[in-house]
Design a protein around this ligand. Structure first.
Ligand code: IDP
Ligand code: MG
Length: 165
């Protein structure tokens, strides 16, 4: 099935200059990148993204981690698109726990567990189609994605915008 999946190179990945490496690994999938941008993650975005983990003891540390409090205050967000995209990307990422992840996977090769117990695993990838839709819609606006992947509506809106001077 043709799918789309959200990938985030987390702050530890950027701090360790792994961007090129990770994108090269992901290119093995032959999937297409249909959206990409740098993001400074707000507490609201972090909380919404990890809402399914809000009752976990490591939640606050996880929020600080994805906001970049321990590395650089930025992440790179991408959408990959193509046949079996979700599983192909998850396979290259490896298991959530970097110590259990295959050592040739991205998380196995570059991840670590902090003294506070957070898995700093370098990369996020959507786990299933439901998560992918929720996450892509959370991180990207329709016009930031170059392929029409979900239905959109058009609405007139009058508001202040920032443009190049
Ligand atoms: P996933 O990223 O493999 O989909 P999730 O369960 O969605 O795994 O968890 C989101 C993120 O929260 C993980 O990537 C990891 O950074 C962190 N995390 C998940 N489970 C644990 C845990 O048991 N201890 C510490 N950190 C965890
Ligand atoms: Mg997940």
């Amino acid at each position: 099935m043709i799918e789309q999946t959200l990938v985030i190179i987390k702050p530890d990945g950027l701090k360790k200059s792994l961007t090129g490496n990770i994108l090269t690994r992901l290119s093995e999938t032959k999937l297409e990148i249909i959206a990409a941008k740098m993001v400074q993650v707000s507490r609201e975005l972090a909380t919404e993204h990890y809402i399914h983990l809000k009752d976990m003891p490591f939640f606050e540390e996880l929020i600080k981690y994805i906001m970049g409090e321990y590395h650089k205050k930025k992440v790179m967000a991408l959408v990959y698109w193509g046949e079996g995209a979700i599983q192909k990307v998850r396979d290259i990422c490896g298991k959530t726990n970097p110590e259990e992840a295959d050592s040739v996977s991205i998380r196995g090769a570059y991840g670590r567990i902090t003294t506070k117990g957070v898995y700093e695993n370098v990369i996020h990838a959507s786990a299933n189609m439901e998560d992918a839709e929720r996450e892509i819609k959370l991180w990207f606006k329709p016009n930031e994605v170059i392929t029409n992947i979900y239905p959109v509506i058009e609405e007139e809106e009058k508001r202040k915008i920032v443009k190049w001077a």
